[in-house]
Ligand binder design. Structure first.
Ligand SMILES: Nc1ncnc2c1ncn2[C@@H]1O[C@H](COP(=O)(O)OP(=O)(O)OP(=O)(O)O)[C@@H](O)[C@H]1O
Ligand SMILES: [Mg+2]
Length: 254
């Protein structure tokens, strides 16, 4: 279990997260939705170690990870994606994915410099694994040696998820992965996320595409103004008057 308990984060006078508690299980897709400014990205930044919380705890399989640095959080089995591929655009698609795998490299610096057989073998393994992940993400061999930054936007988003998967995470945190995708791409993404969950990965999905969320999630948490206002199955959340109110405003809710 990924368990978040009473998490709070203050930015000056703004309480961006107020006593947020939620859980996500391996093999499930858990969604976090809510209007703009609800605190969803802040929550992801805190979980992944990019922002320290003011209070509260985060545990993975019972082990506390609160306050750890991003690379330490990653080593505990939590991977996240970023909005874009910025740092990796000049690499080939395969190389961009291989960068995700570095936490599994064991060969020493000297061995790397001398390019020993072991290093060579590890590089080959890393490239093989990256190609397999790209296949999983629906990116065929025609794209593998192309410059990552030259791929269409929708495919770059998939490369970014493959890069996160290369860390071999137990949990995959996605912040608006469907942003900028067309309907077909969004449907395909949903199918891919279900496939990852079937393999045992716990997917935490922050998303504005409600149709996608309703289709793939087992559990949905709705945030508004820094707090979780509703949690439950897609059907329960859809029928919750507080949720309708948060999205449409008071006057439209009744
Ligand atoms: N680094 C920061 N410094 C100050 N305020 C911040 C910072 N990051 C976020 N905020 C504020 O915290 C609140 C929550 O922002 P956050 O980005 O988490 O919302 P969100 O739910 O991800 O919204 P969106 O759906 O638009 O992405 C907003 O009012 C935002 O302006
Ligand atoms: Mg956000």
């Amino acid at each position: 279990m990924l368990a978040i308990k009473d998490l709070s984060k203050r930015f000056g006078g703004l309480l961006a997260l107020r006593d947020v508690s939620l859980e996500a299980a391996p093999g499930d897709i858990t969604a976090v939705i809510g209007p703009n400014g609800a605190g969803k990205s802040t929550l992801m930044n805190v979980i992944s170690g990019f922002i320290a919380p003011n209070s509260g705890t985060i545990t993975v399989g019972g082990e506390p990870i609160t306050g750890m640095k991003p690379h330490e959080v990653c080593r505990k089995g939590l991977a996240r994606t970023f909005q874009n591929l910025q740092m990796f655009t000049d690499m080939s698609v395969v190389e961009a994915v291989v960068t995700g795998r570095t936490r599994h490299r064991r060969a020493s610096l000297v061995a790397n410099l001398l390019m020993t057989p072991r290093v060579w073998r590890e590089e080959e393994e890393a490239a093989d694994q990256s190609r397999a992940l790209l296949e999983t993400m629906g990116i065929g061999s025609a794209y593998w040696e192309r410059r990552a930054g030259d791929l269409p936007y929708g495919l770059q988003r998939r490369v970014e998820i493959a890069r996160a998967l290369a860390t071999e995470p137990t949990y995959l945190l996605l912040d608006e992965p469907a942003a900028g995708l067309n309907d077909d791409e969004s449907t395909a993404l949903g199918e891919t996320l279900c496939k990852l969950a079937e393999r045992g990965i716990g997917v935490v999905l922050i998303e504005h595409d409600i149709e996608l969320v309703m289709k793939v999630s087992r559990h949905i948490h709705v945030m508004d103004a820094g707090t979780v206002i509703a949690s439950g199955s897609p059907d329960a959340v859809r029928a919750n008057p507080d949720v309708v109110k948060a999205y449409l405003g008071e006057e439209n809710a009744s």
